[in-house]
Design a protein around this ligand. Sequence first.
Ligand SMILES: Cc1cc2nc3c(=O)[nH]c(=O)nc-3n(C[C@H](O)[C@H](O)[C@H](O)COP(=O)(O)OP(=O)(O)OC[C@H]3O[C@@H](n4cnc5c(N)ncnc54)[C@H](O)[C@@H]3O)c2cc1C
Length: 420
Amino acid sequence: MEVIIVGAGIGGLAAALSLHAAGIRSRVFESASEIRPLGVGINVLPHATKELEDLGLLPALERAGVLTREVVYVTRRGEAIWSEPRGRYAGYRWPQVSIHRGALQMLLYDAVRERLGAEAVVTDHQAIDVVQSAGRATVHFQRRSSGVPLPPATADLVIAADGIHSALRARFHPGEGPPRWGGMTLWRGTTIARPFLSGATMVIAGTAKTKFVCYPSYGFPDGRQLINWIADVATKESDFRTVADWNRRGSRDTFLPYYAGWSGTLLDIPALVGAAEAIYEYPMSDRDPLPAWTFGRVTLLGDAAHAMYPIGSNGAAQAILDARTLAFELASRATVEEALAAYEAARRPAMERLLQAHRAEGADVVLDLLESRAPGGYADLEAVLPYREREEIALRYKKMAGFDLQRLNESPPMTPGRPG
Ligand SMILES: Cc1cc2nc3c(=O)[nH]c(=O)nc-3n(C[C@H](O)[C@H](O)[C@H](O)COP(=O)(O)OP(=O)(O)OC[C@H]3O[C@@H](n4cnc5c(N)ncnc54)[C@H](O)[C@@H]3O)c2cc1C
């Protein structure tokens, strides 16, 4: 069987590696003229590091990122709301790794070229259409830089991993339009600085309307770290200026005033933001869930299938899980049709639930719950928001996102033929 993968992002590259491990040949077509390490920080949660371990990539992943030790939720005044250990520190068999998105993408890209060959990833090929006949699918391309048409490519299956603006998703849902803006704007950046707290802590501070998230994603030999931060601010409709472009530059002057009254939040936000190398502005957007991901011999994967708000550190992890599930089913089922049906059954309802949970703030809802009960601060946290309630919020989210501790630790590998 031959597979075409459209998009060499996290999901597309993970799919190529997973198919290779399952003995299935694939080629990846990417619209960018070269694969460059773009983006800022992302997290790979234990359910996805498990999969990267099965692909033999965990040591490289651990070297390229930071093993997250804990997540700490605080108010804008710095009062503790909730904290929990993460990854192996929480008893998982696998770590949680905070990493620069570009470092993760390059790690996957290098592995694809090493295992599948240098010609397995074809750049400057923007997919513009797909047609099907007799159980085969043909993708039409153009050069993104010039719009010049390129020769089409045909395979038994096409995996559309072309991100939140997926051209192939639009082909099957022509009326869908642009991503749906959720009323928040994210300013994202990285700053090289001294470690804060444990040196491997993710801080989530504020409320849904003005949030600040911060964690280290790389450690330099001199002891400093690449600190990733996200300022997450509710924005008026009239201020909405931009399409969902991950690379659009932003200015600190636009959002820093929202953090003026913050005190003692464990972080010096103006200093951190002031020393940032680059700042990116992104409208927090998602897409409505789809009734189907598979259309004959074409199926969707990653953000193309289920673009959701970047809450809960799940975007990259879920794309990796899609890739692993799809490859496993293709290698295990009698027909491609059966495999695609099994892939969708395993992933689509779960991603619809997670997408909806992110619209309701995911586990970060604990911030707003506390704010609504004690807007001016509190003397006794237990009286305002009991431990059991906070724990329940965290547990519910982990179950929904698929990294419930016990279930994950007991789950079998998704590499065909590998014993548990
Ligand atoms: C440049 C960039 C920067 C990002 N930065 C961050 C970040 O800082 N933090 C964060 O949480 N998430 C970021 N993301 C999103 C994050 O990578 C995804 O949410 C997640 O990893 C799921 O990955 P994916 O493979 O489904 O999509 P993506 O990682 O978005 O990959 C999609 C790939 O498809 C390619 N592509 C798009 N259209 C076509 C086409 N028509 N034909 C061929 N190829 C096409 C894109 O160039 C891209 O390489 C970024 C995405 C991109 C593309």
